[in-house]
Design a protein around this ligand. Structure first.
Ligand code: 13P
Length: 319
């Protein structure tokens, strides 16, 4: 594993990409049906192998931090990850994203979300996510608008509509039952309304995807191999023009992921697979270097599977 170092590549294409706002990079990815993976950082030493794998394969990805990465795992803080990112990242290959700031969290608690979003903006995060998905639509729209107002133009904003389950305590209903019922799927008309009324940059949707568990013994178990309702995604895509986001990326059957990229999904969040590789190797070897290598291997596998080796070059030219 080559350590990531900034910047790795002096070509004019890389220079152009380094100067672009992340919203424009995502707009290009969306237009070209290229996936931009967003990798969570549950442990601070994971920043380096993720950046190294992405740069080595000349791809483009987001490094992201969610509250559970800080509170349930050990990445430290938004600030610790920002510092590590700044010292290692080449902006031609990666940007920093604040994942899921919920207004109501997975345990039903109201969260003081404003200071969390402000902290990330002050730290120079390139994009932030406000998750009002547990609110009624009008309130989700109101909080999303507020975040867009404070974040633009310096940072891009992601919102969520629909229920991407999996982070809640307690067992999930059987997956097939969830999928067949379409319970919690994003409503296309509501999605159109939210995007139009907020000017949000990206929208996270629920189409059969579920998050990997983060609570209790389930967080060590292999995740269900989810499917995606691509027909439903097409209805959303017909009404919404911004890049769409797929949370719960670990374990989704590859053919569905690649199909989703053809129908509006431009960002895919991946947390569980690299985390479990890192934790398992660390448990077995007590060697952080070996754990980093295990995580890097999983990251590289995703970049290959998603056909985005070399994607940075494609993203450097305008659409
Ligand atoms: P997985 O842990 O299922 O890959 O999902 C990650 C995610 O969606 C973070 O927002």
């Amino acid at each position: 594993m080559t350590p990531a170092s900034a910047p790795t590549d002096p070509t004019p294409d890389s220079k152009a990409l380094r100067a672009l706002p992340v919203a424009e990079i995502m707009r290009r990815a969306h237009h070209r049906h290229l996936l931009v993976p967003a990798f969570n950082i549950p442990y601070l030493p994971m920043v380096e192998p993720i950046l190294a794998a992405v740069a080595e394969l000349r791809s483009f990805a987001l490094v992201q931090v969610a509250r559970p990465d800080i509170e349930r795992f050990q990445c430290g803080s938004y600030q610790a990850v920002a510092r590590e990112f700044r010292s290692l990242a080449d902006l031609a290959h990666a940007r920093l994203h604040q994942d899921h700031v919920p207004v109501i969290d997975e345990e039903g608690r109201r969260i003081e979300w404003r200071p969390l979003v402000q902290e990330a903006l002050d730290l120079g995060y390139h994009s932030v996510m406000i998750d009002g998905s547990r609110l009624p639509l009008a309130q989700n729209i109101a909080v999303t608008r507020e975040v867009v107002k404070i974040a633009h133009p310096a940072a891009a904003v992601e919102a969520e509509l629909g229920a991407v389950l999996g982070h809640e305590p307690g067992p999930l209903p059987p997956y097939e039952e969830l999928f067949r019922s379409g319970r919690g799927f994003t409503d296309p008309e509501e999605a159109a309304r939210l995007v139009t009324e907020t000017a949000v940059d990206w929208l996270s949707v629920a189409i059969g995807n579920i998050h990997g568990a983060i609570i209790g013994a389930a967080r060590d178990q292999r995740k269900v191999e989810a499917r995606l309702h691509l027909e439903h995604l097409r209805y959303i895509q017909e009404r919404v023009r911004v890049p769409l986001v797929l949370h719960g990326g670990t374990g989704i059957q590859l053919a569905f992921v690649l199909g989703a990229a053809r129908h509006g999904i431009a960002k895919i969040n991946i947390g569980t697979a690299p985390r479990q590789a890192y934790e398992t190797t660390l448990r077995q070897t007590s060697d952080i270097r070996a754990a980093q290598q295990a995580a890097a291997k999983v990251i590289a596998g995703h970049l290959r599977d998603y056909h985005i080796v070399g994607s940075a070059l494609l993203l450097a030219s305008p659409v």
